[in-house]
Ligand binder design. Structure first.
Ligand code: PMP
Length: 404
């Protein structure tokens, strides 16, 4: 068995060597600036970027003019939400999002609140789904934007984006989706979900870090969007700054590889994920799945091992990289706002571990993780007086904590 296992693929993925290969020449012999229109170094770089843009657009089935390269999903989310807020402020100042969004959406909304925008944070049910009727009722005359993610980065729950898009189109409201965990992993149909703006990132799809894109549709209506980074007018004036050519080439290649192997990868990872889930649920008692049991990403498993604190468990399986809550969403670890929004009690939130399977995980690794985690949970529970008492008295944890 290898000395370490990486199973935190929602935080980031290793760059696929095939992606690295196509990027390398753009650091050395093809180093030109695509904005240098006067010589061949610039032309070579520009044509490579345009090929990458065409490839991304073809895979996502949008027009290449609708693809804006950014530094990643955080920037894409900022551009989409702030850009729409600024452009449509004369129409209204209400934005609708959801309590379980990534911080790069929630913090942008919080920022806009300081400037007089009203934000509705839709609640979710115990599985992480919004109520579509509540969404519909929340849309008012002043609503300028609905921003709801496709796949949640902690629990993997998939929102019903087709229905959300239908509601937004019916009410004539712009629909943005953070598709960072979905693109490249599951089919995303921008056209049929009536998505106006879509964010995604390179490093979640076996591409490089520091690159992503915002798709800005001009399907029925010409969207107005105010740039958030000015200076030079790159990317159709929506995102100035010299393009990160090697990273853009890598992003396009990464998306192409994901697209080519999506069916096969989805099947393989969901089988491995189910194997882990079944082993934990059958070999251990008081283990709970967090998120939706079926409507979820194929590579996600978020599970609470009651009576075992998440960080303690991670320390005892140090050679296995997993995460508690959502390590990737904040620079400072914070308790998970997602698990809280599901209404989970504190014990369940503090014993939750997120396993994120990826392209390079093998069945051997999965078997190893199953054995190690089960063994660690069992031995840590030996030190838990609450667990021991529960076993002895056959009481549930809440009966023990709130004796009658
Ligand atoms: N949205 C979601 C759902 C994410 O999982 C992440 C990364 N954790 C981001 C946005 C931010 O992406 P990036 O790292 O490219 O800024």
């Amino acid at each position: 068995m290898t000395s370490s296992v990486y199973m935190d693929n929602h935080a980031t993925t290793p760059t696929d060597p095939r992606v690295v290969d196509v990027m390398l020449p753009y650091f050395t012999e093809k180093f030109g600036n695509p904005a240098s229109r006067q010589h061949k170094y610039g032309w070579v770089a520009e044509s490579a970027v345009e090929n990458a843009r065409n490839s991304v657009a073809r895979i996502l089935r949008v027009d290449s003019k609708e693809v804006i390269f950014t530094s990643g999903a955080t920037e894409s989310n900022n551009l989409a939400i702030k850009g729409i807020a600024e452009a449509y402020s004369s129409k209204g100042k209400q934005i609708i999002t959801c309590a379980t969004e990534h911080k790069s959406v929630l913090d942008v909304c919080k920022h806009l609140e300081k400037f007089g925008y009203k934000v509705t944070y839709l609640p979710v049910n115990e599985f992480g789904l919004i109520d579509l009727n509540v969404l519909e009722q929340a849309i008012i005359k002043e609503t300028i934007l609905v921003s709801i993610m496709i796949a949640n980065n902690e629990i993997g729950t998939l929102q019903d984006v087709e229905k959300i898009g239908m509601i937004c189109a019916k009410k004539d409201v712009i629909f943005h989706t953070d598709a960072t965990q979905a693109v490249g992993k599951i089919p995303v149909d921008i056209e049929s979900a009536k998505i106006d703006l879509l964010s995604f990132s390179g490093h979640k799809i076996y591409g490089p870090k520091g690159v992503g894109a915002l798709v800005v549709r001009n399907r029925n209506k010409k969207l107005k969007l105010i740039s958030q980074i000015d200076g030079g007018g790159h990317e159709r004036g929506l995102r100035s700054g010299t393009l990160n050519v090697p990273a853009i080439i890598g992003l396009a290649k990464a998306l192409e590889l994901c697209n080519d192997s999506m069916d096969e990868e989805q099947k393989r990872l969901s089988l491995l994920r189910d194997k882990m889930q079944n082993a934990f649920l059958t070999e251990l008692d008081e283990v709970y799945l967090n998120g939706h049991p079926t409507q979820r990403l194929p590579n996600n498993l978020n599970i609470s091992f009651m009576y075992v604190e998440d960080n303690t468990l991670m320390m005892s399986i140090k050679e296995i990289a997993v995460s508690s809550g959502s390590a990737c969403s904040t620079a400072q670890p914070q308790p998970s706002h997602v698990l809280k929004a599901l209404g989970l009690n504190e014990e369940r939130r503090h014993s939750a571990i997120r396993f994120g399977l990826g392209r390079f995980n093998t069945e051997e690794e999965v078997d190893y993780v199953i054995d190690r985690v089960i063994q660690a949970v069992k031995s840590l529970r030996e030190f838990s007086p609450v667990y021991k008492k529960r076993v002895a008295t056959k009481q549930t944890v809440s009966e023990l904590q709130h004796p009658k």
